[in-house]
Design a protein around this ligand. Structure first.
Ligand SMILES: NC(=O)c1ccc[n+]([C@@H]2O[C@H](COP(=O)([O-])OP(=O)(O)OC[C@H]3O[C@@H](n4cnc5c(N)ncnc54)[C@H](O)[C@@H]3O)[C@@H](O)[C@H]2O)c1
Length: 344
């Protein structure tokens, strides 16, 4: 069996999940890591037994590296992805794929003419409750979906923003709680609901306005073409990281995600449909625990020569939802630092 070589760019908080997924996979080899911080690069190389570089450009075009994992700050994803795609590599980028829609479109264009594929890490689509919800919608077993809501109440304190200087700034994070933390839940809502006809939202900074430029709290009402109404609330201003909550009301029953368990409420009875796998699964539970599943699936598609399903065209959708929330919030009167976002 031939082996596919990989490299990770950016050796910060999320990189170990990517590294351990690669190291655990038969047929994959972690060839190199890159980080502009020499100590981080060297430490990661020691941890994972691979080469390290401080300038990622040294990896461009290397024939022993098929797949590039982008684990860098948000504002770097687009340019790096385009460079690696143009050099013929496959690119798996962490979310968000870019900090604005026009940069994401450049990535799509680069992927369209590259022999490499572009994948976006929305690992929560691989969580069992997400799959069960999507199957229920598509099968129609509970009738039509009528409405749904998603609630994310997490905590990001001052230390979180000061330990990585790119966070909390429009130019480098591209937004706050919307683009960094709640993008997963917004992606699920749009995946469940389908085509969107309108978005009305608002964003505020409720707690950390001395520390961050961007919003820490947001709400939105999303209307879908099929008349489904989606409500969303997300904040980083809670005291703890609570599990994400979802509710989907169908004609014949309701699905509820509570404490990572999926329940069906039907005919006056509640039934547990699925529970979290175990506490030993890789990743913080509130991030979702499915990084490993998504990374393995990306590799499988590459090895089998099939198109990965969460590509640039899928990855951009959550970014468009977020853009809609920022834009409508601006219309409602609050002046946000929109210029750096280059919103379309
Ligand atoms: N999917 C998820 O659930 C999830 C969870 C956490 C983070 N993330 C995403 O992962 C990405 C990284 O986040 P993080 O929390 O690990 O950030 P981090 O700040 O901890 O790490 C980023 C790393 O990139 C390095 N870097 C910066 N500029 C670079 C350059 N030019 N070349 C090479 N390396 C460079 C930094 O030195 C740092 O080590 C972000 O897109 C973030 O949103 C995703």
């Amino acid at each position: 069996m031939s082996t596919i070589g990989a490299a990770i760019i950016g050796c910060g908080a999320i990189a170990p999940l990517h590294a351990r997924a690669i190291l655990s996979m038969e047929g994959a080899r972690l060839v190199a890591v890159a980080d502009s911080d020499p100590e981080r690069a060297a430490q990661a190389a020691q941890d994972y037994g691979c080469e390290s570089v401080t300038d990622y450009k040294q990896l461009l075009g290397r024939t022993d590296i098929g797949i590039i994992h982008l684990c860098t700050p948000h504002h770097l994803h687009a340019a790096m992805a385009v460079e690696f795609l143009q050099a013929g590599h496959h690119v798996l980028t962490e979310k968000p794929m870019a900090i604005d829609v026009s940069s994401a479109q450049r990535m799509q264009e680069a992927a369209a003419v590259s022999k490499g594929q572009l994948g976006v890490v929305f690992q929560n689509r691989y969580n069992e409750p997400s799959i069960r919800i999507k199957e229920t919608i598509d099968s129609g077993i509970l009738g039509q979906l009528i409405c749904m809501k998603g609630i994310v109440t997490w905590n990001r304190n001052e230390a979180y923003y000061t330990e990585s200087s790119w966070r909390g700034k429009w130019a480098t994070e591209g937004g706050g709680v919307l683009i960094n933390q709640t993008i997963h839940t917004l992606d699920l809502l749009q995946w469940f609901g389908g085509e969107i006809t309108s978005i009305k939202g608002s964003v505020t900074t409720d707690v950390l306005n001395e520390v961050i430029e961007v919003e820490d709290t947001a709400h939105a009402c999303i209307l879908f073409k099929n008349k489904v109404r989606g409500l969303f609330y997300g904040t980083n201003a809670y005291s703890v990281n609570s599990p994400v909550e979802l509710e989907l009301i169908f004609e014949l029953g309701t699905l509820l995600l509570r404490r990572d368990c999926l329940y069906l409420w039907k005919d006056g009875h509640e039934t547990l449909l699925c529970e979290p796998l175990s506490t030993a699964v890789e990743g913080k539970s509130y991030w979702g625990t499915s990084h490993n599943l998504l990374i393995r699936d990306f590799y499988k598609h590459i090895i089998d020569g099939r198109e990965f399903w969460i590509d640039g065209n899928e990855g951009i959708k959550a970014l468009e939802v977020i853009t809609g929330i920022y834009t409508s919030s601006e219309v409602s009167g609050k002046k946000w630092a929109m210029d750096s976002l280059k919103l379309t």
